[in-house]
Design a protein around this ligand. Structure first.
Ligand code: CA
Length: 235
């Protein structure tokens, strides 16, 4: 199976491992971009957004954790798989907390890595981010690039989490989205989050984007299911 349209950014400083990864993934048809240190990775990420990133933690310059944070602070949602030589619980927890989706411990089997990559890319295909990052809900305009809600009664800033929620929900216009799905994609398995967390954030978000939050027209509750963002495509 070829994946020629998909680009994987490999951030790794070990030449032998770079060679193996590049060779293996190119054989699978992926386009490969290499960053051998953290600063190069940041620079590449400012120029182009990959479909997936394989990220070593121990790097010269900026650490893998900081790169991960950098990506998520920019509201980029592509999957990140962390490679770590240190099989320590703290690394895994830190990695997932800064926004990585998965981790794999060195040394690893190529088949396992490929399976993880394919699983992550498939999951990412489940939703697409709005192209313009702008959405009109009646007389309220959402600008997700600027993180601002423009209302007739003034502008309100959105938090990073709210922007991510809106990006995710808008990938499924007029379709119900479950709380669990929001948790998985927006909170990314962070510990100590529950579906109650989703409800609290939805309620806050609703007060920003709805003129009458008690009687929402756009971000509606689907009883027993979750939530739905109602809007016409192309708005
Ligand atoms: Ca390394």
């Amino acid at each position: 199976m070829l994946h020629s349209s998909q680009t994987i950014l490999i951030v790794e400083d070990e030449p032998g491992l770079i060679f193996t990864l590049k060779d293996t993934l190119e054989n699978e048809g992926y386009q490969i971009v290499i960053a051998e240190d953290g600063n190069k990775a940041i620079q590449l990420l400012d120029e182009n957004i990959p479909d997936l990133m394989i990220l070593d933690i121990m790097l010269p310059g900026v650490s893998g954790f900081d790169i991960c944070r950098h990506v998520r602070e920019r509201n980029l949602l592509f999957p990140i798989i962390i490679l770590t030589a240190r099989d320590q619980e703290i690394d895994k927890v830190t990695g997932l907390n800064v926004g990585a989706d998965d981790y794999i411990t060195k040394p690893f089997g190529v088949k396992e890595l490929l399976a993880r990559i394919q699983a992550r890319l498939r999951r990412n295909d489940e939703y697409t981010i709005m192209e313009s990052n702008r959405l009109n809900l009646g007389n309220v305009q959402l600008d997700l690039n600027q993180g601002v809600v423009k209302r007739p009664d003034g502008n309100i800033d959105l938090t990073t989490r709210e922007i991510e929620m809106l990006k995710f929900l808008s990938g499924f216009p007029n379709e119900p989205v479950t709380r669990k799905s929001l948790l998985r994609h927006v909170w990314r398995y962070e510990q100590s989050t529950s579906t109650r967390t989703v409800d609290v954030h939805i309620s806050k978000l609703r007060s920003k984007i709805e003129m009458q939050p008690d009687d929402p027209k756009y971000l509606v509750t689907m009883h027993g299911v979750g939530y739905m963002l109602k809007f016409k495509k192309g708005q």
